[in-house]
Design a protein around this ligand. Structure first.
Ligand SMILES: Nc1ncnc2c1ncn2[C@@H]1O[C@H](COP(=O)(O)OP(=O)(O)OP(=O)(O)O)[C@@H](O)[C@H]1O
Length: 194
């Protein structure tokens, strides 16, 4: 089964594009959502996190102590790499289990990840799609969606590669701007993938 990685900068509209693919019956694995879930549900991962960052990484009820983890990895690339080295293989395991549970007649699947290229996980995909949107539009959409300030959104953007860098690596492009219909672009790709 063909695996298509789909990514885009914060607020580019990659989740919105994925919803269109889902309407066409294509299963989508939302890697960032799954990563958050398995931080508390995958016993191998939780054990690794506690070994690396201490038992206080979880409270007595087993909930993740985000503040504790963020305090360690924020602006510390070594600790962040340590966390990623635990989380990324766990997401791969979850993806493989998810694939195994799919019906055999699915023509292809999408794996949506914000850091598809930055994390190297694009290497496990057969093709990749980049969703782009003008910077001002992305800023406005995320500020509206998350109730965030411009500075907060810009800080999150600064942790991601630029569209120019990602464009060099992507096989396909979807422009989520006023110039073209997103639905038509999705339909066009869908017909290429099936
Ligand atoms: N073409 C569009 N027209 C109008 N609103 C849009 C469009 N595309 C996306 N949006 C809106 O912009 C916001 C950001 O879109 P979305 O959540 O899909 O982006 P994302 O790339 O997945 O963001 P993140 O990286 O933060 O998860 C959402 O509120 C979404 O509804």
């Amino acid at each position: 089964m063909m695996k298509i990685g789909i990514t885009g900068g914060i607020g580019s509209g990659k989740s919105t594009v994925c919803y269109v693919f889902e309407h066409l019956g294509i299963p989508v694995f939302y890697a960032d959502t799954v990563a958050k879930e398995i931080m508390v549900t995958d016993p191998v991962l939780t054990a690794g996190v506690m070994e690396a960052f201490g038992a206080e990484s979880y409270d007595a009820a087993g909930r993740l102590n985000n503040k504790h983890i963020a305090g360690i990895v924020f602006n510390n690339s070594t600790e962040l790499a340590r966390l990623n080295a635990l989380v990324h293989p766990a997401v791969f395991r979850a993806f493989d289990l998810w694939l195994e549970a799919l019906p055999a007649n699915v023509p292809y699947v999408l794996k949506e990840a914000a850091l598809l290229f930055e994390s190297g996980s694009y290497q496990a995909c057969d093709k990749t799609v980049l969703v782009t949107s003008p910077l001002e539009t992305r800023l406005r959409r995320v500020m509206e969606r998350d109730g965030a300030t411009e500075e907060q959104v810009l800080a999150r953007m600064s942790k991601q590669w630029s569209d120019d860098e990602k464009l060099k690596m992507a096989d396909f492009l979807i422009r989520n701007d006023e110039s073209q219909s997103v639905i038509l672009q999705v339909m066009e790709l869908h017909h290429q993938f099936i």
